[in-house]
Design a protein around this ligand. Structure first.
Ligand SMILES: Cc1cc2nc3c(=O)[nH]c(=O)nc-3n(C[C@H](O)[C@H](O)[C@H](O)COP(=O)(O)OP(=O)(O)OC[C@H]3O[C@@H](n4cnc5c(N)ncnc54)[C@H](O)[C@@H]3O)c2cc1C
Length: 378
């Protein structure tokens, strides 16, 4: 057992965990952050960040404006049959790889005094005597407040006996996601979203001379192609003429694609046995919205404000939990629902072809839908 009583313990050092740790340590709290991987590392993600979090990241000390990042202000969407349209994005975003972003935030966290334990997996979180025990394979840590920022899926969900794992919710679809960094010829201010049967693929520029190409598909597509990614890309994705061009012409910069599986978009809880959940651990928005990263950071901003009050003795733990839940639901529930609706709309070949044909003719509807999946700067 580690001797120190930390003010805050965070399981998971992605965007939610890192930005929360930086804010808490910046306010003078002792913070221990556990990340099972070692920075820098690649992550499956489209790497397009909505502008709503740009000021927040700068405030945390990330010099985004000096990093020469691509600013993205238009979207091109195509249906499986190649019908396409382009729209200007009101808010827009910027491109940065998770390899660069997460490790830069980890460096800031360290300078703020966060005890950043890399290569350390949290194996259990137990609430007892008004504090938590956070267990790892090496040691157990006692903390006053505990946060679950460990992403979409972790063995910790099972340990915490989370309801979304209940077989009743298992009828939902399971998705797999694949990502490459590629070299290609492409306007740097554009994100493209190309649909294919039971999935979609996003492409946009990130830092350095490279583009992120990342897709999500119903796991059935992979099963139907002998669990062979290349075969699935040939048989399914490349039916879309835009994707055929990218998969034929682009230079792939990874030896092997980066993949994740068992992705679901079911409802989760924001509090689990007094642990505050944030980022994808609290609820996952479908990737086609390009808003999951900003939501994860925005949740950390809200969690920080309330935790600060709690640790100063201004509110009780009960108020901390209920206020956090309410704020989280107000901010994100509708976005998540709209994202799911869009993902279902783009679920089947014929439906997607029709939907994209309609959206092409009704640009104001497209703008409205994009707006409904985004928030404002915080
Ligand atoms: C295919 C795809 C494309 C996407 N594209 C975009 C996009 O373009 N724009 C966008 O805004 N969002 C996108 N998203 C969503 C975005 O990636 C997530 O919403 C965001 O990463 C959530 O951040 P997080 O901090 O909650 O989780 P993560 O970034 O996943 O971080 C969780 C961290 O916890 C660690 N961890 C897990 N278990 C443990 C444990 N037991 N102990 C210690 N550490 C642990 C993991 O290693 C990981 O580093 C996409 C998602 C997918 C699947």
């Amino acid at each position: 057992m580690n001797d120190q009583l930390f003010d805050c313990g965070i399981a998971g050092g992605g965007l939610a965990g890192l930005t929360l740790a930086i804010q808490l340590a910046g306010a003078g709290y002792s913070v221990v952050l556990f990340e099972k991987e070692k920075y820098p590392f690649h992550k499956v993600c489209g790497e397009y960040i909505s502008m709503e979090s740009v000021d927040f990241l700068e405030r945390l000390g990330l010099p985004l404006s000096a990093m020469d990042l691509p600013v993205i202000n238009e979207v091109k969407i195509s249906s499986p049959n190649g019908n396409s349209f382009t729209r200007k994005l009101d808010l827009g975003g910027f491109g940065i790889s998770r390899f660069t972003l997460d490790s830069a935030l980890a460096a800031i966290a360290k300078t703020k005094g966060v005890a950043l334990l890399q290569g350390t997996k949290v194996t259990g979180i137990v609430f007892e005597n008004d504090s938590f025990l956070m267990k790892t394979d090496q040691q157990t840590y006692r903390v006053k407040t505990a946060f679950g920022a460990y992403g979409k899926r972790s063995a910790l969900d099972k340990k915490l006996n989370r309801n979304f794992l209940n077989p009743i919710h298992r009828k939902e679809k399971n998705y797999v996601a694949v990502k490459y960094h590629v070299k290609t010829d492409f306007p740097p201010n554009r994100i493209e979203l190309h649909n294919f049967k039971d999935g979609y693929c996003g492409i946009s520029k990130v830092d350095g001379d490279r583009y992120c190409l990342c897709y999500l598909t119903d796991s059935k597509n992979l099963k139907n192609n002998n669990n062979d990614i290349k075969l699935m890309e040939q048989n399914v994705l490349m039916k879309n003429p835009f994707l055929k061009k990218y998969f034929t012409d682009a230079v792939i910069l990874y030896e092997q694609p980066l993949t994740i599986s068992q992705i679901t978009f079911g409802k989760k809880s924001t509090i689990e046995n007094h642990v505050l959940m944030l980022g994808d651990a609290a609820g996952t928005i479908t990737p086609l919205c390009g808003n999951g990263m900003s939501m994860a950071m925005h949740a950390s901003f809200k969690a920080f404000g309330l935790t600060d009050k709690f640790l100063k003795g201004k509110i009780t733990r009960q108020v901390l939990e209920s206020s956090y839940s309410n704020e989280w639901n107000n901010l994100f529930l509708n976005r998540i629902k709209t994202g799911l609706f869009l993902q279902h709309l783009f679920g089947k070949n014929l439906l997607t072809n029709i939907a994209i044909g309609l959206l092409k003719r009704t640009p104001f509807v497209t703008d409205k839908l994009i707006k409904k999946t985004h928030g404002s700067k915080f």
